[in-house]
Ligand binder design. Structure first.
Ligand SMILES: Cc1cc2nc3c(=O)[nH]c(=O)nc-3n(C[C@H](O)[C@H](O)[C@H](O)COP(=O)(O)OP(=O)(O)OC[C@H]3O[C@@H](n4cnc5c(N)ncnc54)[C@H](O)[C@@H]3O)c2cc1C
Length: 384
């Protein structure tokens, strides 16, 4: 068995799992290289708790350099280019040649795509943003709060709904709720539109019950940085005192430049194996375009990146070791939707179901909130 080099790009959810699973399944004669421009891995679901001061930052990230102990060659450096014909990745530390390439570079946040958004708005979609938002919330004494989804698709479709419900609970606990007017704007036609209309109605019902005004079908076109006046494509305008945005997302530029998008908005893959059309090259997680039976592709969520990484790692290791390689991603997933009061709802289902994805929403319960805490603790211990 000749020695192989497997290069994994991105040490977020998909890349971390792929590298760890490959290392577990392959002898040390094979190299597993993991590349990321950051040297920490952040557990994103906890950013919501961080923004409310329920977590300290160091509780939700881990040092990627620690993966050296597990036999993974971690390179803290940006990926600058990918030459698929030459089987080479160019990084800030020089070229890396691969036999197999697993891309899990995520989705890039581009707040600048909406004029004024970056300067006028906060976001909880990354660590620094969530920390700055926490500071802003600490001094907030009342006024109007607008949670704005700038465009679709975006990571974790329940997250803006979850954030709004948690903010409502946070303001109540601080005795401020009567002084806060809350609104949620999104271009989506309803919450979690990949699910059946009942699921969306249930989530919209939760917002209504908590006095959060819901404005679907609203695509933001600009914000005036001076007074945070929001403009929407439908001609409506609205002011707010605190703007919290889910910024626009785009595929990683290096993937586009390498030709991995093939004219599509995200990197197309075989939905069962995550293979791209390039030999021995796989794309997983948020950057991948995975078809469902419905009009919308698979949502961008860590639970899928995790499962896809396991499938890809098993198949690559199997191929190298001359064993079976028939593992397939099954399109199943779940997501907790925190609602405050120590409770969470649970959305779960089969996204590859025919004729349309089949999802269920379980009522908010303490059980699911507890399960989310256990999942967080497990994630940060298990992989590091
Ligand atoms: C607030 C929030 C809450 C969420 N909650 C949930 C949840 O409850 N459940 C769930 O399933 N999902 C959730 N998600 C979504 C989940 O975090 C993502 O879907 C998941 O991280 C995707 O994994 P990935 O490996 O595709 O990308 P990522 O985890 O984003 O990793 C991509 C990595 O690539 C690196 N990278 C990118 N470009 C380069 C480059 N040029 N050079 C070097 N490195 C590069 C990045 O630094 C990053 O580390 C949430 C996301 C957010 C923001």
């Amino acid at each position: 068995m000749a020695e192989k080099t497997i290069v994994v790009l991105g040490a977020g959810v998909g890349g971390l799992v792929a590298a760890r699973e490959l290392r577990k399944r392959l002898g040390m004669e094979h190299r597993v290289v993991l590349v990321d421009r950051r040297d920490i891995h952040v557990f994103s679901p906890s950013l919501l708790w961080l923004m409310l001061g329920w977590r300290r930052p160091e509780q939700l990230y881990r040092d990627l350099n620690a993966l050296g102990r597990k036999g993974i060659d971690f390179k803290h450096t940006p990926v600058e280019g990918i030459d698929l014909a030459e089987r080479r990745v160019d990084t800030g530390l020089g070229p890396l040649h691969y036999d197999y390439l697993v891309l899990s570079l995520g989705a890039e946040l581009v707040p600048d795509a909406v004029p004024g958004l970056k300067d006028a708005g906060h976001t909880f979609y990354h660590l620094d943003g969530a920390l700055r938002l926490r500071e802003a919330l600490e001094v907030f004494q009342g006024g109007s709060v607008a949670v704005v989804v700038a465009s679709t698709p975006f990571q974790c479709p329940p997250a803006p709904y979850e954030a709004s419900l948690l903010l409502d609970y946070y303001f109540r606990r601080r005795g401020l709720r009567d002084r806060v007017e809350m609104r949620l704007y999104t271009p989506e036609p309803r919450p979690i539109p990949i699910a059946a209309a009942e699921v969306g109605q249930a989530v919209a019902g939760m917002l209504e019950q908590r006095r959060i005004a819901y404005h679907p079908g609203h695509r933001i076109t600009g914000v005036s940085p001076e007074d945070r006046a929001l403009s929407f494509e439908n001609g409506e305008e609205a002011g707010c005192d605190l703007l919290i945005a889910v910024p626009p997302h785009q595929p990683p530029p290096v993937a586009r430049e390498a030709g991995l998008l093939d004219g599509q908005p995200w990197a197309p893959v075989d939905r069962l194996t995550m293979k791209t059309k390039f030999e021995n090259v796989y794309a997983i997680g948020d950057m991948a375009l995975v078809a469902t039976a419905g009009p919308l592709p698979l949502p961008k969520a860590g639970v899928f990146a995790h499962a896809q990484a396991q499938v890809v790692a098993k198949n690559i290791a199997g191929e190298i070791r001359g064993r079976a390689v028939g593992n397939e991603f099954d399109g199943r997933g779940f997501c907790f939707l925190e609602t405050g009061y120590g409770k969470a709802a649970l959305a779960s289902g089969d996204f590859f179901a025919e004729p349309a994805p089949a999802l269920k929403l379980r009522r908010p319960a303490r059980l699911w909130h507890g399960a989310k805490i256990l999942f967080e603790q497990w994630w940060l211990r298990w992989w590091f």
